[in-house]
Ligand binder design. Structure first.
Ligand code: SF4
Length: 460
């Protein structure tokens, strides 16, 4: 594509080019055929999601050279990462949608392209809007009025048929939609039944093909070794929808990693539940691969895992007690007790971690003063272990659809502020990071909005 001449367009093009130039790409495919893969958030969030890279690779396998796009509020043209093709040159928009408030970014993209938001207001000349991603596991209602096609759950087992459907769509929208409607777990006609299950990722090991310093993981190649979670925490969508869990055996990981040149980011619900953790660490140690993990549980942490993480350059030790007291952890079925948490934290000190980050969720009806006092006494015990820096990350409970907590009340702002005040007054010497109330409220809103309300909202 030629460089844009208008200064606004050039600014946008240059911004996309900065990220494009940062990427090391391990494979590529030529030719833009009018299919855009859009992550409706900024580049950092997009590049930190394995799905953005993986979905592109899956379609490439079937000769659909989709190009990647991301979102910024000030964008007008939306240039692709690969060939800087403006979005309006595409006939098919594939949205990889994971986080509820991003619905506003999807709507903004469609508006800026002059495409009606509601699917029943579009015609055969408008691009086909296909939406897939984690959102389809728990909040299908949010995409129903917008998407011409919803791809429910994992893509791997239906990508071949969907690619065929896209090829038809590119020639004739109506015939393409008819074809796609026949695929299991692909919804064109809203009345269709569907099932949720995890693709067996041993058959096709998901690994990213882009490495960029702008990812939240740093310059790492992402590899998914487990899909779903064996646990049942009541607030968690993954623990309540993505079953049965699929793990990749170490032999397959070894095949992939034996020639690995880059550090890796290991993606799984929690690495400590990976059934062959020691064998995995053997491989990483043997091939001298530096790595990070997306999450670990306090009850499964080993000194060896911590040592290797430290040697890989990780400085902050992160664990998620989630509940501020044992009572709250029991309410949420976290299956963790204080002794396990303290043992894990002691291990962190023994392996020389001096920064620790602890995740908590607040906003339960059952919470009372005693629970907060228990948190204070726990943090005092953590301080005595000798960490230089202790950070608490506090999030309000968002009672998500498809979890046992759905239907619970969302904390009001006054109570959230009271908790914030109490923590600042009582938890001295720790850093406190509170998730934005506004953003959480928005997440809760989109989690509970009815189809009618949503249609009204988008019709404005
Ligand atoms: S362990 Fe983590 S991923 Fe698994 S159910 Fe609990 S919160 Fe969810």
């Amino acid at each position: 594509m030629r460089r844009p001449r208008k200064s606004d367009d050039f600014k946008e093009y240059s911004y996309v080019k900065k990220f494009s130039d940062s990427e090391i790409r391990l494979n590529s495919i030529n030719g833009n055929r009018g299919v855009a893969l859009i992550f409706p958030n900024n580049y950092t969030v997009a590049a930190s999601s394995l799905s953005w890279s993986w979905v592109q690779q899956l379609f490439w396998e079937y000769n659909i050279p989709v190009e990647r796009y991301f979102y910024e509020k000030w964008f007008k043209k939306f240039y692709s990462i690969e060939s800087f093709t403006p979005l309006d040159e595409n006939k098919v928009f594939l949205f990889s949608f994971h986080f509820e408030p991003d619905i506003e970014n999807i709507v903004d993209i469609l508006k800026k392209q002059g495409i009606p938001i509601l699917k029943n207001q579009r015609n055969e000349n408008h691009p086909t809007i296909i939406i897939g991603g984690a959102i389809t596991f728990f909040n299908l209602e949010l995409v129903k009025p917008i998407a011409d096609v919803i791809v429910i759950g994992d893509l791997e087992d239906k990508v071949e048929q969907i690619s065929e459907g896209i090829n038809i769509l590119l020639k004739d929208k109506e015939s393409g939609l008819k074809f796609l409607d026949k695929i299991d777990n692909v919804i064109v006609n809203e009345q269709k039944n569907y099932t949720l299950s995890n693709f067996d990722i041993s058959k096709k090991l998901p690994a990213s093909h882009i490495i960029t310093r702008f990812s939240e993981f740093g310059e790492k190649r992402l590899i998914e070794i487990g899909r779903g979670c064996i646990r049942r925490c009541k607030f968690c969508v993954m623990g309540n929808t993505k079953k049965p869990v699929k793990f990749v055996k170490p032999e397959l990981i070894k095949d992939l990693l034996k020639d690995e040149k880059y550090p890796i980011g290991i993606i799984s619900a929690t690495i400590t539940d990976y059934p062959w953790l020691d064998e995995l660490l053997d491989i990483l140690e043997y091939y001298e691969i530096k790595f990070s993990v997306s999450s670990m549980r306090a009850d499964g942490i080993t000194k060896r895992l911590l040592r290797l993480l430290k040697e890989s350059g990780q400085n902050t030790y992160t664990i998620a007690p989630e509940g501020i007291s044992q009572k709250i952890r029991d309410v949420m079925l976290k299956d963790l007790n204080e002794e396990e948490l303290l043992t894990a934290l002691e291990m962190g000190r023994m392996e020389d971690f001096s920064n620790v980050k602890l995740y908590y969720i607040v906003g339960f009806d059952e919470e009372d003063n005693e629970d907060f006092n228990e948190l204070k006494s726990f943090i005092d015990k953590v301080k005595k272990l000798g960490y230089k820096s202790i950070t608490l990350s506090i999030n309000p409970l968002i009672p998500k659809k498809n979890t046992p907590f759905y239907g619970r009340k969302f904390i009001n702002e006054r109570r959230y502020n009271e908790i914030r005040k109490w923590m600042y007054e009582n938890l001295k010497g720790v850093k406190l990071h509170f998730e934005s109330y506004k953003l959480s409220k928005k997440q809760n809103l989109y989690n509970n909005i009815s189809l009618e309300e949503l249609i009204n909202l988008f019709s404005k």
